[in-house]
Write a protein that binds this ligand. Structure first.
Ligand code: DGJ
Length: 387
């Protein structure tokens, strides 16, 4: 989508937001209850700096315990948007209680120049052995002027390592638009705190023969994406493809570093052709799979939509808008990015409230989520706590 079209759509959605009463959701009061969540308020880390983990994912995962073993904590991975739109480092935070977060730093860093690979010890250690062409290619993939968005992380028990997949984008020879390339980037590390080594960027599954491809001129695109690991360790990458018109779910290989195969219905599924959804979140709750998505309106919020299924590659049913109450028409002025469980089993929806004028000041909105009669439901709260 062209930048001017994004701006026009964002303006229209700002108007819709006003009509929906969404502005009433922009509260910035002080906590009245200790350790509560204040959706949309500035959220500082343990050092007193605003948390920079946008388009991210929260999950409980094993991390090194310092004695050669593992311990479990909550890990929040996301875009560090301190410097604005492009070339975002991937940041990681950890927490025990979901309210207080410790910054673990930028675990995947973008490059300022090709030369930096040789002059900066951080990059030298990761890519120093690269030839000239590989270095230029690396800069082309993770340079400061490229899109590094929606990073998600998985722990791979087989290899005892961590993988990050993210939306890797940039212009092409045909088009100077920053989102023309439409690829998924992969980075790997032995530690969730990095440094993650960028491995490559890829086009993913393609529309199979016999189905109507909504964007046949550009096969295998991947933009907004998420990751999901099932109870048996099988992992999936879920992403918007076909110029943001169709969501795909593709099974990952055992290393989580590529696709498991190319067989339709076995290795991947194409869902909601033409529905124009992005910001996918795939989870399993109470034995059922849920896929939450947004519409495609740039940094502007819009109406969420959920589908659910008994099995990942089974039949997906449309469950409509999961949001209830004030601001339901614009997902409480957020865009979906994560769904996870608190220690007491309480599900939590995490959304980004983007500030297109100042992306570094985009906020987080976390709200309680419930599953009743097989349906996801999210309700606005000015302030709440999970215990
Ligand atoms: C919507 C996507 O969900 C975001 O991650 C980002 O790519 C914006 N579009 C850019 O306009």
């Amino acid at each position: 989508m062209r930048p001017w079209l994004y701006r026009l759509i964002s303006a229209l959605f700002a108007l819709l937001l006003l009509l929906q009463g969404g502005r009433a959701l922009h509260v910035n009061k002080a906590r009245t209850v200790e350790n509560s969540f204040l959706p949309g308020a500035v959220w500082n880390d343990s050092e007193g700096s605003p948390i920079q983990a946008h388009g991210g994912q929260v999950q409980r995962m094993p991390i090194p315990d310092g004695n050669g073993g593992k311990t479990e904590v909550y890990v929040w991975v996301g875009e560090n948007k301190t410097d604005g739109h492009l070339g975002n480092p991937v940041a990681v935070y950890t927490s025990e209680d979901l309210v207080h977060w410790t910054c673990r730093g930028d675990v995947l860093r973008p490059l300022d120049s090709v030369e930096q690979i040789d002059t900066d010890p951080y990059f030298q250690a990761l890519y120093g052995s690269y030839g000239e062409e590989e270095k230029r290619n690396l800069f082309d993939c993770i340079g400061r002027d490229k899109v590094i968005e929606r990073p998600k992380m998985l722990y791979n028990a087989k290899n005892d390592n961590y993988v990050i997949w993210f939306h890797s984008d940039g212009p092409t020879e045909k088009n100077s638009y920053s989102y023309d390339l439409g690829m998924a980037g992969l980075a790997v590390s032995d530690s969730p705190f990095g440094p993650f080594r960028f491995v490559g960027r890829y086009r993913l599954s393609e529309c199979p023969e016999g189905q109507i491809d909504c964007y046949p001129s550009s096969k295998g695109e991947a933009r907004d994406l998420n990751l999901f690991a099932d109870e048996d360790g099988t992992a999936y990458i879920v992403y918007t493809s076909e110029n943001n018109k169709t969501i795909y779910i593709s099974r990952l290989n055992e290393d989580y570093t590529g696709l498991s195969g190319k067989e339709y219905g076995v290795d991947y599924l194409r869902i909601f052709p033409g529905a124009m959804r992005e910001a996918p979140v795939l989870i399993k709750a109470e034995g059922r799979y849920y896929l939450m998505t947004s519409s495609t309106t740039g940094w502007g919020s819009n109406q969420a939509r959920v589908w659910s299924a008994d099995s990942i590659f089974g039949k997906w049913h449309s469950d409509g808008n999961p949001c209830a109450g004030k601001g339901r028409g614009v997902t409480f002025d957020t865009q979906s990015t994560t769904l996870f469980q608190a220690p007491n089993g309480q599900w939590i929806y995490g959304g980004d409230r983007w500030n297109g004028e100042n992306l570094a000041d985009s906020r987080y909105v976390w709200l309680p989520a419930t599953f009743e009669d097989g349906k996801l439901s999210i309700q606005w709260q000015d302030e709440w706590h999970w215990d």
